[in-house]
Write a protein that binds this ligand. Structure first.
Ligand code: ADE
Length: 241
């Protein structure tokens, strides 16, 4: 997979060399290319924004630098262009898994009040376009969102995870429950004990306890993820395992 980032703040992407994404690049699973959008602005101050038609507060990103950048990157029908924006579709694990199947993604990171709509329309004529929001809050720009999406996608690439089971069991995996609480040694710490069932060696009981905990946690924190039948007067119904 090849990932490109178009931004006026290339330094935001230094963390791509670290941690999980860096490991994926070292394994040859992914390539990262970061591009300064200002390199495609040709007035003397390398401006990328201008005042909005119709008036209103703030500045809008001009179309020309984006168009030239798409040309330079060879954005085509085999490319997915992701515009990170608070008005996009919500990002979730399902969308991460979908994006993990793409061969090439170009992240277009907007700033200010957004990007001239014609840039998105034009990109849609030459590539697949997804407008994606990280959540219902406003960041100063799309860079942090692009990094978060990258990390969620790259760890799903085949060959990335040593232990594929941990992908299946984690929160938001297929099944839709939040993950159960986890414990490690020591068995007692500052007056808190590891639940006895986890030390019982009874795998059936461990699985049942984990499932019950996952349902309880989901009911408390994210009832929207549960089917109504799993919410009976606030008490989670525990499926038999
Ligand atoms: N840019 C600004 N806010 C954002 C958000 N919530 N998600 C994605 N990109 C953004």
């Amino acid at each position: 997979m090849r990932l490109d980032y178009l931004t006026i703040f290339p330094d935001f992407f230094a963390p791509l060399d670290l941690s999980l994404p860096g490991k994926a690049a070292d394994k040859g699973l992914v390539e990262f290319h970061v591009h300064d959008l200002r390199g495609h602005s040709h007035d003397k101050h390398h401006r990328v924004d201008d005042t909005p038609y119709g008036g209103g507060a703030g500045m809008v990103m001009k179309p020309e630098p984006w168009g030239e950048a798409f040309d330079a990157l060879g954005v085509d029908a085999g490319t997915t262009v992701v515009f990170t924006t608070p008005s996009g579709e919500p990002f979730d694990q399902r969308l991460a898994a979908d994006l993990a199947t793409r061969g090439r993604i170009v992240f277009a990171c907007g700033r200010y009040e957004g990007i001239d709509q014609r840039v998105i329309d034009h990109a849609g004529e030459r590539a697949e376009v997804r407008e994606i929001s990280l959540g219902d809050y406003v960041l100063n720009g799309g860079e942090v969102a692009a990094l978060a999406i990258t990390e969620a996608v790259v760890r799903l690439l085949p060959g990335f995870m040593g232990n594929a089971a941990s992908l299946v069991e984690e929160s938001h995996a297929e099944g839709g429950l939040l993950e159960y609480p986890v414990y490690t040694k020591p068995p007692q710490w500052r007056g808190h004990d590891v639940p006895a069932v986890l030390r019982s060696g009874d795998h059936g009981k461990v699985a049942a306890w984990r499932h019950e905990q996952a349902v309880r946690r989901t009911a408390e924190r994210r009832p929207d993820l549960l089917h109504p039948s799993q919410l009976d007067d606030g008490t989670p119904i525990v499926r038999a395992t």
